[in-house]
Design a protein around this ligand. Structure first.
Ligand SMILES: [Zn+2]
Length: 253
């Protein structure tokens, strides 16, 4: 039974006064035990227009995730898998250190909360390090970079010294990126005194497959529905991929 059929049947079984007596009441203790299990679980979805083979995913994903202990994996939806970790350290690593890819397609992981079902989860964001180039030295400090980073996504981290200053050819900002929107190639910055605006150029570390036509992650250019960028063949490309930086884990796949 596919997920649409399940929704149809649930709607047909709307709770009414005539069948309320049949509701099963789960005790607080049992519910609490079930909630504890969530601490070892994540749900991951491969964003690809191709169907992902269950056995291939189960075989390769623990290695890709660099899991130190076994991970039980089962299909729970279309290209969607429940991962049950034997190690909370492995689970935290997967949740915190993305983005992850499965043969270059993005895998978005979510931690289910409360009574959420896999079908309730929305896989619309991923954490990623962004390298910011062409920044004036006066802007190379964490407070300003936080302002700049907030235009890319929710800022999770900034690579800076104890004094808040950044040094190097580029600054690194880690953000939670909304993957339903096109990748940004740059951010324009100007001082309050209306200095000449400067374009901060953005490159993304460990960037998964994305569409060179619309700039959205999760489908290939040949499967793109957007016609808005026709004729702008150089708007998106592999040049948005950053070389991995020192201290950054290299992608395995
Ligand atoms: Zn597209």
């Amino acid at each position: 039974m596919d997920s649409e059929e399940i929704v149809r049947r649930v709607n047909a079984l709307k709770l009414s006064s005539s069948n309320k007596d049949g509701v099963v009441i789960i005790s607080a203790d049992l519910t609490s035990q079930g909630l504890q299990r969530l601490d070892s679980c994540l749900v991951g979805k491969v964003l690809s227009s191709k169907a992902v083979n269950r056995d291939t995913f189960r075989t390769h994903m623990p290695r890709i995730l660099q899991a130190k202990k076994p991970v039980n994996i089962e299909v729970v939806g279309e290209n969607t898998f429940l991962l049950d970790f034997h190690s909370v350290i492995d689970r935290r690593h997967v949740l915190m250190d993305g983005p992850w890819t499965f043969f270059k397609d993005l895998v978005v992981f979510k931690a289910p909360q409360g009574l959420q079902k896999p079908a309730d989860l929305v896989f619309d964001e991923m954490p990623i390090w962004v390298q910011c180039y062409n920044i004036p030295i006066v802007f190379m400090q964490s407070t300003i970079l936080r302002n700049i980073g907030s235009k890319i996504g929710q800022v999770l981290d900034i690579e800076a010294g104890d004094d808040g200053n950044c040094i190097g050819r580029f600054a690194r900002v880690r953000v939670m990126l909304d993957i339903t929107k096109p990748l940004k190639q740059g951010i324009w910055v100007q001082t309050e005194e209306k200095s000449e605006a400067v374009c901060i150029v953005l490159l993304y570390e460990r960037l998964p497959n994305f569409c060179f036509s619309c700039g959205i992650i999760g489908h290939a250019q040949r499967n793109c529905d957007s016609k808005s960028n026709e004729g702008q063949s150089d708007k998106y490309g592999n040049w948005l991929r950053a070389q991995s930086s020192a201290g950054v884990r290299s992608p395995i796949v």
